[in-house]
Design a protein around this ligand. Structure first.
Ligand code: AMP
Ligand code: MG
Length: 277
């Protein structure tokens, strides 16, 4: 049992998001405690991601999903500062381009998947194809309803090739979302983020929750688990995401490769004179 196990969705369990309080902060008393713990997690992550890169055998894929204002960008900023841009990247999933839309829905996700030694963050993901696409009926039901199985197979394929996958749904309340939109309105440096659809999408809240519940029920697998993160409090959200990624990397236990040279010989041959000097 790890610290964040209770946020993991058990494979094939029923999920009722209305019963999960987005404002809860179990196991952490306040913002100050969270800041201290996150600092430690980020330091540990910095080392772990270095080991993953040095090992150069496996990879890590982190999926971030949320409604607008759910905190995907903030999570990237606060948690992923631990990662070195040399071996990690964020990939954003926007409305598919003409090229992307002319392929199967997993094509762009596969192309963006991390290579050996890398960590990738999907800011939105292939799950949009059973979320936005389903809610807006962009394809008929008999098309999107087959995608859950395709997604599970795709993720299985990645894990068998050495990618560890961890997925986060940042769960916010409609009230917290509206408060964040209001803050954007009042901050001239954030006004650019506002779109009319942020507000009109709120009318479809229940449809989105139903779509997310289906994703969580059908696609939280042993090999690629979903975590539902209470995300009304940003500090708690960061703590949980950082903590789960730390636990995930610790379990992967990446190791630096053995040296390719005889260290003692190199030491004797090239460092003696320097050491005497
Ligand atoms: P943002 O994350 O705010 O920059 O917005 C990206 C937008 O692209 C969101 O409105 C997503 O719902 C939309 N989007 C992402 N993937 C898809 C997709 N496969 N089909 C339709 N819309 C998508
Ligand atoms: Mg947006």
């Amino acid at each position: 049992m790890t610290d964040y196990e209770h946020f993991r969705v058990r494979p094939e369990s029923r999920v009722d998001l209305s019963k999960l309080d987005p404002a809860q902060t179990p196991g952490c008393k306040d913002k100050e405690e969270a800041a201290k713990r996150l600092e430690r997690d980020v330091a540990a992550l910095t080392h772990l991601q270095y080991l993953l890169y040095a090992e150069n055998k496996r990879s890590l894929l982190i999926v971030l999903q949320a409604l607008d204002g759910g905190g995907k960008d903030g999570t990237v900023l606060h948690v992923f500062q631990a990662f070195n841009p040399q071996s990690a990247y964020v990939h954003q999933f926007k409305v598919p381009s003409t090229l992307e839309a002319s392929h199967d829905f997993l094509w762009r996700a596969h192309a963006a998947a991390p290579a050996r030694g890398q960590a990738a963050i999907f800011n939105r993901s292939h799950y949009e194809d059973v979320l936005t696409v389903r809610v807006h009926e962009l394809v008929p039901k008999d098309v999107w309803s087959k995608r859950y199985d395709r997604i599970n197979e795709f993720e299985k394929n990645l894990t068998e090739a050495g990618t560890t996958i961890v997925k986060f749904f940042l769960h916010i309340s409609p009230e917290a979302q509206l408060a964040r939109f209001k803050k954007r309105l009042d901050d001239p440096t954030h006004q650019w983020k506002i779109s009319e659809s942020d507000y009109t999408e709120r009318k479809r809240w229940d449809d989105y929750m139903a779509a997310y519940e289906n994703v969580l029920e059908r696609c939280s697998t042993a090999h690629a688990p979903w975590y539902v993160v209470p995300a009304d409090k940003k500090w708690y959200r960061n703590l949980v995401v950082g903590g789960v990624i730390r636990e995930t990397l610790e379990k992967m236990d990446p190791k630096t490769p053995a040296p390719t040279v005889d260290i003692e010989r190199i030491r004797k041959q090239y460092h003696k004179a320097v050491d005497r000097a």
